[in-house]
Design a protein around this ligand. Structure first.
Ligand code: ATP
Length: 235
């Protein structure tokens, strides 16, 4: 479904991605792990068109999308939930969800999708008139993911959804992601919390200095001595 092939990204003199390659198959959750500055956020930004690669290709559903405009990529069903949640804090929960439908011409379809998000996330339904900025961190993350769902993704790019959340809240966000995946949406999941990510992922990649250094089924990565030492706190 997604193929990243030999991707290079430069920020001025910083060579952030160095020939990075990875794939996500239909129906998979793929975890992208790595330390601060390894290039995880840059990978998602290059796939969703927010950053222009200097080399390599991104192919989605058999069609090259490298250098396509971000809104065109979103319209194809490849939807990015960036780091830091980026919800609109002065808009209500409901208004934030409505913005997820900005690419849809059909208002009834937007309403139907918002209703499905409320069914999936009753906490958001209860808070539909509340300002986004007054939600808890976990609720804001749910709203960011809910807004992406209104767009109708076939592949979700999630950037550190667990960031800054308490362990129980992390567990419920991971459960949400697994549930969305079980209904047919593929997921590329960037996480510093390798333990949480490898619990729900099918496969994973470890990146260092802008390139993949290790990949495999999540169950194998959980046992891999290098992963355990570097990313699972040596447990
Ligand atoms: P983190 O987990 O800390 O978010 P990351 O793995 O997502 O890290 P990136 O944010 O992709 O890493 O950064 C990769 C490299 O590119 C880093 O060296 C970073 O300093 C650099 N970088 C990222 N964005 C920019 C930018 N806009 N301008 C210059 N350098 C950048």
């Amino acid at each position: 479904m997604l193929e990243i092939d030999g991707l290079d990204v430069h920020y001025g003199g910083v060579h952030a991605l160095r020939g990075l390659s990875l794939t996500v198959a239909e129906g998979e959750i793929v975890a992208l792990l790595g330390n601060n500055g390894a290039g995880k956020t840059t990978t998602l930004a290059a796939v969703s068109g927010l950053v222009r690669p200097s080399g390599g290709r991104v192919v989605f559903d058999g069609r090259e999308v490298t250098r396509e405009k971000p809104h065109r990529i979103t319209a194809r069903g490849l939807v990015h939930v960036p780091e830091g949640r980026r919800i609109f804090s002065t808009l209500t929960v409901h208004e934030n969800l409505q913005l997820g439908g900005y690419l849809l011409r059909d208002r009834a379809e937007t309403r139907g999708r918002i209703d499905r998000v409320y069914e999936l996330l009753p906490r958001l339904a209860e808070r539909r008139a509340q300002q986004g900025g007054t939600l808890s961190g976990g609720e804001q993350q749910m709203l960011a993911i809910g807004r992406a769902l209104v767009t109708g993704p076939r592949l979700l790019l999630l950037d550190e959804p667990s960031m800054g959340l308490a362990p129980l809240v992390v567990a419920s966000i991971m459960e949400l992601i697994a549930g969305i995946n079980a209904e047919g949406t593929s997921v590329l999941l960037v996480e510093q919390n390798a333990t949480a990510a490898l619990k729900i992922a099918h496969r994973g990649y470890v990146i260092e200095n802008g390139a993949c250094v290790l990949d495999g089924p999540a169950a194998e990565l959980r046992q891999d001595a290098r992963v355990v030492e570097a990313y699972l706190g040596g447990v």
